[in-house]
Design a protein around this ligand. Structure first.
Ligand code: ASP
Length: 343
């Protein structure tokens, strides 16, 4: 008889495990050690399920790089004991955590599936139960004794997405995430249908390595018509600033004001790295298309191509944390590390 799958569930917090306070009705995270009591159907899977609960569980709006490291270290410590990992996480910052984790692991050959819910699991109409059960099944799924989805991914509302390709698109729909620039890895209908051609398999099969350094001296600067010089200049003069994700218009355009371009050029001389991504939901930056984008390219701004904001800012923090030289960072920002950019 085959061994039963072993899955480690890491509960970090989020709506899925929250309860409503009696008087105010406010949702707060609670301990979630007895997941099987909340969802007795889990026993019917016949898997070996263990739960680690972070203390204190948090609303994911309080997520930090230190907690990304805690998640990654928990997986590393338990890597050989389990077939796959399910991370229960709030939806608000799930796209950032999934992106950050995707960069942190090298030689990952087991599934790391993040999921959560829009309604707590104790509520009758919860979406958490289906999300949790299917995420566990995906984490356990194997073909020829190999994990089917050996990457950091997010399962939500019947779709499995690459973790570094999603954005939260809705505050209350059950379909909370979109992955506009990359197709789904699987669809859970009557059966779970995996789309093999979309799934990443790590080329190097060495032992798992986890990189845990992030640099927080970064900012996201979203353009809008009428952005004033004072505001722009103050942001670029933040003490210690090392990197800026520019959320530009359309295919990577910003106003052609002389002062704006010269402030960017000046900051580049001070070794601040600029990564240009689009504020559109889909499509990519192409700085060669219009004069407004072309100036940025000549100034030395890096194209983030079709990366999401979440993938871009976490990648910048990650690369700045790795002790690489300036040019190496710029080179890596423009190329796919782990499927976050379409080549
Ligand atoms: N505020 C919650 C969180 O991100 C929302 C959720 O879990 O969906 O933790």
């Amino acid at each position: 008889m085959k061994n039963k799958p072993s899955i480690l569930i890491i509960y970090t917090g989020g709506t899925i495990g929250m309860v409503q306070m009696p008087v105010s009705g406010i949702l707060v995270p609670v301990k979630f050690d007895h997941i099987q009591d909340e969802v007795p159907d889990l026993n019917r899977l016949g898997y070996n399920l263990q739960v680690v609960t972070f203390s204190p569980p948090i609303d994911s709006s309080n997520m930090t790089p230190a907690i990304w490291v805690k998640i990654a270290n928990t997986i590393e410590r338990n890597y050989n004991k389990y077939d796959g990992f399910v991370i229960l996480h709030g939806t608000d910052t799930m796209a950032y955590t999934a992106s950050a984790l995707s960069y942190m692991f090298e030689n990952l050959d087991k599934p790391v599936v993040l999921t959560g819910a829009q309604l707590p699991i104790g509520i009758l109409r919860t979406d958490g139960k289906e999300n949790l059960i299917t995420a566990i099944q995906i984490a356990a799924a194997k073909r020829n004794d190999m994990a089917i989805v050996p990457e950091v991914c997010v399962y939500f509302n019947s779709k499995l997405f690459r973790g570094n390709r999603i954005s939260k698109r809705h505050a209350d729909d059950f379909s909370a995430f979109s992955s506009v620039n990359y197709p789904a890895l699987a669809n859970a209908g009557v059966e779970i249908k995996y789309f093999q051609e979309n799934i990443h398999h790590s080329a190097n099969k060495g032992i798992l390595k986890v990189r845990t350094q992030f640099d927080e001296n970064v900012v996201i600067l979203k353009f809008f018509p009428g952005m004033g010089r004072m505001v722009f200049e103050s942001i670029l003069n933040i003490p210690g600033l090392k990197g800026v994700v520019l959320e530009s218009f359309g295919s990577g355009n910003i106003p052609t004001n002389r002062w704006m371009i010269s402030l960017i050029k000046n900051a580049i001389k001070r070794k601040i790295i600029f990564l240009n991504i689009t504020q559109c939901q889909g499509g990519a930056v192409n700085m060669g298309r219009y004069e407004t984008g072309n100036e940025l390219e000549h100034a030395g701004v890096v194209s983030g191509k079709d990366m999401t904001t979440e993938a871009a800012i976490t990648k910048l923090m990650f690369l700045l944390g790795q002790g690489l030289d300036h040019e190496e960072i710029k080179l890596h920002l423009n190329k796919s590390l782990i499927g976050e950019i379409s080549e």
